[in-house]
Design a protein around this ligand. Sequence first.
Ligand SMILES: NC(=O)c1ccc[n+]([C@@H]2O[C@H](COP(=O)([O-])OP(=O)(O)OC[C@H]3O[C@@H](n4cnc5c(N)ncnc54)[C@H](OP(=O)(O)O)[C@@H]3O)[C@@H](O)[C@H]2O)c1
Length: 285
Amino acid sequence: MPEVPDLSGRVVVITGGSSGIGAAAAAALARLGAAVAIVGRSPVKTQAVAAATGAAPFTCDFAQLDQVRRLAGELAAAYARIDVLANNAGLLSRRRVLTADGHELTLQVNHLAPFLLTHLLAERLGEGSKVLVTSSRMQLVGRIDRRDLAPRGDGTERTPRYRPLRVYGTTKLENVLFASELARRWGGRGVAAASFNPGTVRTDFGRRGGLAVALAYRSPIRHLLLSPAEGADTLVWLASTPAGEAWRPGGCYERRRPARSHPRARDQGLAAWLFDRSAELVGLA
Ligand SMILES: NC(=O)c1ccc[n+]([C@@H]2O[C@H](COP(=O)([O-])OP(=O)(O)OC[C@H]3O[C@@H](n4cnc5c(N)ncnc54)[C@H](OP(=O)(O)O)[C@@H]3O)[C@@H](O)[C@H]2O)c1
């Protein structure tokens, strides 16, 4: 029988913990003994998952970076050390929307807000801590344009209009590059980072994503999609097994194995550039 990991005494923070993959991961990690904190946008959903799993509830809308700063302060006040930070919250905006911070919404929620949160919690992430990021197979359609991290069409370029799936895929490629560069930069102080693709999972995600996503997630084949617990499996595995032994820091995983990732996912120059550019965009540079 495989050994069941014991996470007693470990603190795990999961963003996007109020629903889907994050809620399933919270339940699984709490069962392994971890003290779990979940972050959700909806207070009602977050409270409900917290009550069902025994997790501590925190709320934050990543569309507002001030709220991310507030959340980081609350988490830092509640926990002297964070063993696992799972940056899992994500969305796919159907239209190009700019946040009050001036960033495209999908880019901010999926990449910039977790980038900022991770940095603001740096002092709570020490030797042996892990930072995990939920990416997607959609990273394969991502395309990083150094002029605009959420590529937009302005009528004069090859992308004449906002393409939600392309922008979403780009943020998911950014997730992979962030995890790999974080592993390089913070590895020296014992922090391991990785990303993973959950597969196609039956969650609320499909309801929010528009026609193309809805077709995939709400069609008659919906029952063939993974359950949230199956989608959370690789996250739970990364959180509960030793970095450097079970998995390689900086890697992207799927079904507990190295994932097929975007050709540019291993471009260290691009990852370093993205890291520095993201720091500028969230006011950390
Ligand atoms: N489902 C799939 O097939 C699939 C495939 C590949 C990757 N993923 C990724 O998996 C992650 C989890 O998605 P899911 O499938 O579990 O979808 P979900 O059920 O819709 O959960 C998304 C989570 O993100 C939170 N969230 C959304 N917008 C937010 C915002 N502005 N601020 C803070 N939190 C926000 C939601 O909070 P509230 O519910 O409280 O609003 C919810 O907890 C995402 O990063 C997604 O891109 C999903």
